[in-house]
Design a protein around this ligand. Structure first.
Ligand code: CS2
Length: 485
């Protein structure tokens, strides 16, 4: 049984200063923890949270409400040492998804003067941007809805915009919008989504957003698996923690934020947050080294029969693949500020992936690949091609992704993967096979930028990797890749 250090939440929250959109496990184990530690240290705080779910998980919102917003975060250093933090900083929870009727409450909360920051973890697809062009998808049904009904929006950009509209109308200064999702230049992407939506509605508001709203970028990092019955049972057994809103995570946590908060912010440097002038190098490093490796582990690991990240990284061939990907295909594309040691970073990542307390499912990482591949693999691959370097590990990853998205169910019927493009994948799998299936995937312009997919070197390498995967199987391909090295 592990030694458990229990940290209760005792300090009062004086007011809600931050509204958060996306009350998932990551928010509860990352941002809320930083704010809780801040609260514990200061003894009181004006930076309480109102956290809302926009699309899914009404049950969680209800559970938290029954628990007066309180829940636990179990931070696993290793099997022996766990910190069980009680979180009491979320003072209001709202649900505005299907069947939810609390949109008005959320908009009111966002329009209040004491709301000085709005943070978001709504996943890549929640911004309704084309991942390749970065443009708002104005044909997305939810965006079409928000353009037609700006005062009762459904999307995150629509909700942020409507709250800003109300503040402007009442002469209240704009809150700062802080994106905490894994996207490149995520502040700028969020600005793009909100401004493009404003541009479809109201010219003056668009100008006001451009002049008055700050969208700092941030890099967030903590591995937080989705909770399932097994993880709840383990918490009950090992930590005597009976809490259906609890989350399990690793003890590592990082948050790098661009320091631009016109209405103020918590002095969360004290809790280890790095406030910097330019987040981009950190964001790119994390996306390509950590998230890129994660996606490689997911698609190749699932093909090799693994279910968990820790099992995949304990497979010697896959570990060497990931190591080679990090050192030869991710690190050479990064320009880091002095003092950042990418070799040490890669070593730390491997150790974090191996943390088997986490039960981190490869399937969780494999979802929404169409939204993740461009920033995790493709921008880097483009740089490698420019530098005349190889990208065999990335190519194997892309081939494994195509296979993952098109593999039928054991009974031969089509399998719908968890991805906004899943219907397209089914159609492509029904019409094409072999090289023409790969071509059809590489022609998906919402995933592969033209500058990459039109380069012969790129297409040929992915084609080769896919052929080898299908003809020889994943073991043999891994063997060739890591032995050739
Ligand atoms: C993962 C991330 O699910 C995924 O795609 O790569 O959620 C990852 O665990 C976090 O970004 C770690 O900070």
């Amino acid at each position: 049984m592990p030694v458990v250090k229990r940290v209760p939440s005792t300090s009062p929250v004086r007011e809600i200063g931050i509204v958060h959109l996306g009350l998932g496990a990551f928010h509860r184990a990352h941002q809320a923890v930083y704010l809780q530690r801040y609260l514990n240290r200061h003894g009181a705080s004006d930076w309480g949270l109102c956290s809302a779910n926009l699309r899914s998980n009404r049950t969680l919102v209800d559970t938290l409400r029954e628990q007066d917003g309180r829940y636990h975060v179990a931070e696993y250093l290793d099997r022996e040492q766990v910190t069980l933090l009680e979180i009491g900083v979320i003072r209001q929870t709202l649900y505005v998804g299907e069947g939810g009727d609390e949109l008005e409450l959320l908009l009111q909360r966002m329009s209040e003067p004491q709301t000085r920051i709005v943070t978001l973890t709504v996943t890549e697809k929640g911004y309704c941007l084309n991942p390749v062009t970065g443009q708002l998808r104005i044909d997305d049904p939810a965006i079409v809805h928000d353009i037609a009904h700006p005062h009762s929006p459904r999307t995150a950009p629509g909700i942020v915009l409507e709250a800003l509209r109300r503040r402007r109308a009442c002469g209240i200064a704009a809150f700062t919008v802080l994106c905490c999702d894994n996207m490149p230049d995520n502040g700028q992407s969020t600005r793009q989504a909100v401004s493009a939506l404003a541009g479809m509605q109201d010219e003056e508001l668009t100008q006001w957003v451009s002049d008055h709203v700050a969208f700092p970028s941030s890099m967030v990092d903590r591995i937080v698996p989705a909770m399932d019955d097994e993880s709840f049972a383990r918490l009950e057994k090992e930590l005597d923690c009976h809490d259906r809103a609890a989350v399990v995570c690793e003890s590592f946590s990082q948050w790098v934020i661009e320091d631009h908060f016109p209405l103020g912010r918590p002095d969360w440097e004290v809790e280890g947050v790095q406030m910097v002038g330019d987040v981009l190098p950190f964001e790119t490093m994390k996306l390509r080294m950590l998230n890129g490796s994660h996606s490689l582990l997911a698609y190749v690991g699932l093909l090799a029969g693994h279910q968990l990240v820790s099992d995949a990284i304990n497979d010697a061939d896959i570990a060497r693949l990931v190591e080679r990907y990090m050192t030869e295909e991710a690190a050479p594309t990064l320009e880091m500020p002095a003092g950042i040691d990418l070799v040490a970073y890669a070593g730390d990542l491997k150790a974090r992936f191996a943390n088997d307390n986490l039960q981190h499912r490869l399937r969780q990482i494999a979802m929404d690949g169409s939204q993740k591949l461009p920033q995790r693999w493709l921008l880097g691959a483009q740089q490698l091609l420019d530098q005349g370097r190889g990208f065999d590990c990335t190519a194997l990853g892309i081939a494994a992704w195509i296979h993952y998205c098109t593999q039928p169910q054991p009974d031969g019927s089509a399998r719908l993967v968890d991805d906004p493009l899943s219907e397209t994948f089914v159609t492509l799998a029904a019409r094409f096979e072999g090289a023409s299936l790969v071509d059809a995937f590489l022609n998906l312009d919402e995933v592969f930028p033209a500058v990459i997919r039109e380069r012969a070197g790129f297409r040929d390498t992915v084609q080769r990797a896919y052929r080898a995967l299908i003809d020889e199987g994943v073991r043999s391909v891994l063997d060739t890749l890591v032995t050739a090295h």
